[in-house]
Design a protein around this ligand. Structure first.
Ligand code: NAP
Length: 319
């Protein structure tokens, strides 16, 4: 707060091409009537000099550098690897979006695409093209082992949804988790143990130096032949050439890919036309502007009242 009782501006900063800046400003202002939420382009130099907190959606780092008093930013996205990379070495604290609605939307997507694979829909689509009337052997969900990479906010919600649907669920994280009904694995040494018994592998890891290229020829080979893969995290966690080879050989029966190293996925890429790949346009769990704004508002209100920041991103871990 500045010396008059007019609150300091909280800028909303997105990339120049982002189409929804005004919609975010309206949604955030509606839930923070005591604050002044303003698009970055509309704030004065004097106001820029006073900002201590900003709300961001993949901002241009050069914009952040124009805010000399900035202490922390609240991202409206759950993934922060791009923000971390763009910001480089800085003291600026980052708070990412932790929204139960986002976790629920992701869990719904996980269940939907797990059922797609579980009920052999890719194979039936191929059979239809061949006008082939042939039923495949049915397996109960209990007979299908689902392996989750990542048991954080999204992975845990997905695990619970899959258990409710009757699947046999395992999960892997850095530190061992204790989630009812989930066989929990931890650390590099236990990854291949989980992979070895996984029919459908679902990636919900953050992209960090440790997870970059984690799914490669060696780890994909640890899956049983005919396993399938869903990537709802970040494209670079998979070594794309190794996945292509594993799919062409039939070792991976089908991949549902929502995220890619380059997005939008260039038209020349092999994934588009491969019969064993489902391409999704990074749509598995979009941020809900309304629920996210309410969460951001709560975090900023608590900060204004107590000076305490919400949990911030650990720069060493990278998430
Ligand atoms: P989170 O709460 O930070 O959870 C991350 C999980 O990954 C944790 O269980 C963590 O283990 C585990 N992990 C991280 N590095 C690991 C490593 N090297 N080895 C083993 N486990 C590791 O993150 P989240 O909110 O669940 O989100 C996960 C990711 O989903 C985001 O980073 C984002 O990239 C992606 N996402 C995608 C979409 C989409 O629409 N496609 C939408 C939102 C988010 P510990 O618990 O032991 O730390």
């Amino acid at each position: 707060m500045n010396s008059s009782s007019i609150p300091d501006v909280i800028p909303f900063i997105a990339s120049k091409t982002y189409a929804h800046t005004q919609a975010w400003v309206r949604a955030l202002q509606a839930v923070m009537p005591d604050e002044r939420i303003v698009a970055f382009d509309a704030i004065s130099d004097k106001e820029k000099a006073q900002c201590t907190v900003a709300i961001v959606a993949n901002p241009d780092p050069a914009d952040l550098q124009q805010l000399p008093q900035l202490l922390w930013v609240h991202s409206v996205w759950a993934g922060v690897e791009r923000l971390l990379a763009d910001l480089g070495d800085t003291e600026l604290k980052i708070v990412r979006l932790l929204d139960p609605q986002l976790a629920s939307t992701m869990a719904e997507a996980v269940l939907a695409w797990t059922l797609y694979l579980h009920r052999d829909m890719p194979a039936y689509a191929r059979q239809q093209q061949q006008k082939l009337w042939q039923s495949l052997e049915y397996r109960r969900p209990q007979q299908r082992n689902i392996g989750l990479l990542g048991l954080g906010a999204l992975g845990e919600a997905a695990a619970k949804k899959l258990i409710q649907a009757g699947f046999t669920v395992s999960g892997w994280s850095r530190h061992r988790k204790n989630i009812d009904g989930v066989e929990c694995y931890a650390g590099d040494e236990e990854l291949t143990l989980m992979l070895g018994k996984t029919d459908i592998l679902i990636c919900l890891l953050p992209l960090t130096p440790d997870t970059h290229g984690l799914l490669n020829a060696r780890t994909l080979a640890a899956l049983p032949a005919g396993a399938s893969l869903i990537n709802f995290a970040r494209g670079a966690i998979i070594k794309d050439g190794d996945l292509h080879t594993a799919i062409d050989s039939g070792h991976i029966a089908h991949a549902v890919l929502d995220v890619f190293e380059t997005e939008p996925l260039p038209v020349k890429e092999w994934h588009w036309e491969h019969p064993s790949v489902t391409v999704l346009p990074h749509c598995s769990a979009p941020t809900d502007r309304e629920t996210a704004s309410a969460i951001v508002a709560g975090n900023i209100r608590r900060y204004r009242e107590s000076g305490v920041l919400p949990t911030t991103v650990d720069r060493i871990k990278g998430y």
